[in-house]
Design a protein around this ligand. Sequence first.
Ligand SMILES: Cc1cc2nc3c(=O)[nH]c(=O)nc-3n(C[C@H](O)[C@H](O)[C@H](O)COP(=O)(O)O)c2cc1C
Length: 222
Amino acid sequence: MTDQNFDNDLVKNTESRADSTEDNAQSTKVTDEQVINWIKSRRSIGNLTIPAPKKDQIEAAIACAMTAPDHKKLQPWRFIVTEGQKRHDFGRALLAAAKAKAQREGQELDERTVEKTLKMPLRAPMIITVVTRMQYHEKVPPFEQLLSTGAAVQNLILALKAQGFSTVWRTGPLANEPAVKSYFNVGSEDYVTAFVYVGSTHCQMPGRGEIDTTDFITYEAE
Ligand SMILES: Cc1cc2nc3c(=O)[nH]c(=O)nc-3n(C[C@H](O)[C@H](O)[C@H](O)COP(=O)(O)O)c2cc1C
């Protein structure tokens, strides 16, 4: 089954669930197997276009993100939604970061790199920047807070997919440069954990085929 088919199936099932009476709700239930195959069908898409999610869809996805496992409920994540002309400001922040990085490394940016960097945020109609705001906690070291934010990002991506949108998680070497952190008001101890590019596409990425878990699992039992 293709990715599109999975999406259609889930949408169809969700819509019919919404309309259904209690009597026929059973017959339109999404099966566990469908959910598992749907998770496996997620693919990143690099070039995205309108429509982007609306406010209620963004907030539904962020609510899912905020159900990620979170030791001591620190809620270390913050979400910044950038769209429209603001993407140009983001591009200028990326360029400032690229120039500063190049200067530190004794290099200069060529014209092509300047243009490319400025246009990076235009690859999707919306970017959701996810920040980890680190807190000191004797039982929750920084790596747990970063991982918790990573889990939130994955939930965010899946919740956007469930609403019919495509995404790609990009971070790259500029994400935590001072110019970018300053643009997003991210503290020096904090991290830009993800730029989630969000939008729509007609592009169909190939499926992954069978996933062989053999080399990645060790079972231990008495
Ligand atoms: C923390 C993190 C940062 C990433 N940064 C980038 C990036 O800057 N550029 C990029 O092309 N892919 C990046 N990726 C990888 C893509 O999100 C994606 O997973 C990869 O292209 C594989 O595609 P798939 O998700 O369809 O399997 C990053 C992934 C993670 C988890």
